[in-house]
Ligand binder design. Sequence first.
Ligand code: PLP
Length: 425
Amino acid sequence: MTDRLPGFNTLAIHAGAAPDAATGARATPIYQTTSFVFDDVDHAASLFGLQAFGNIYTRITNPTNAVLEERIAALEGGTAAVAVASGHAAEFLVMHALMQPGDEFVAANKLYGGSINQFNHSYKNFGWNVVWADTDDPASFEAAITPRTKAIFIESIANPGGVITDIAAISAVAKRHNIPLIVDNTMATPYLIRPFEHGADIVVHSATKFLGGHGNSIGGLIVDGGSFTWAGDARYPMLSQPRPEYAGMVLSETFGNFGFAIAVRVLGLRDLGPALSPFNAFLIINGIETLPLRMQRHSDNAKTVAEHLSRHPAVAWVSYPGLEADRYHQLHKRYCPHGAGAVFTFGLKGGYEAGVALVSNLKLFSHLANIGDTRSLVIHPASTTHRQLTDEQKTRAGAGPEVVRLSVGIEDAGDLIADLDQALA
Ligand SMILES: *Cc1c(COP(=O)(O)O)cnc(C)c1O
């Protein structure tokens, strides 16, 4: 044996997992239990005081969830991770650890629609204020920063698909102002892009999408990059100030480069409570074992389908970075040379009516509001997710009347093309 470091494919299958100590079970068991018996009174006291690592209650830690946490930390190249109930819970717990009432964060304007709602409306109840910047213009992030800015939030491959963010350029802005950069890496997954290598400090995921990969479980993940220095920084009191409930412990000092993940777990998950079910953790762990194979096929199929659509007489335009003429093609070659992912949009010459007809006529593609399934998915935003907006607002959001979004699955590309052709005809 050499002391070589395991590669990405190996980590996707093995990181965090070992044969079960109690039974020898090779697949990760589902520890479907709410709570765990203490060895004795001293053991209980040390667990509650954060003097020892171990399990108390599944809202805070669980051995099945721990395998998922170690696996995503290894794949992203972070120091630790926390599994939570959904992608939105992941975003919320990250902000909860960073923000005080009256604080601001700067967010890219090309984001998952649910994140835009969360930031614009629900966060107002906590006194957290979002300031929007242009995903394609790193200088607009710099211009939006004020003394109350506590974080920058972007997506790596951004919604509505077909957008590649210049993570390193935005990280340079964050570093100049000593602000942590949070990257939602849901659409890329660490197989296509590893944001910590480009200067991110925290990564969040909706594991609901490509990590789980089979359209069967809602889940979220937070990964600590270990790169930001919280200790002594009064702007982040949860991390830098003594915690009364833990005998005055300062989390960033006791836990060093995984202090952020600890704060999310022992303050956010403990008090706000969006825990991931161990059963869902099990399904997501199984999904991740085939992540490299699936992401490659998703990307290869998406490119084949995008090329076909770009030559189709009924199609006005296709927005996919894998196409040579695409405006994001250079960023694609720099950030995700394996492929540009599964999700992209295209425009129909026939406008709104043609969009409605297409989703009605497709047979293999499922018409629904999700991405990242093995199955191919389609949605016509103007008649569904964006129907309440005016035509002008729709167009600004990349959801004009003619726009169709695909999440290309891992079926045979020829079958997907045949289905699109019959539906377009
Ligand atoms: C789906 C999604 C979310 C929200 O995740 P849920 O698991 O649905 O809560 C956040 N960000 C992106 C990019 C997503 O696609």
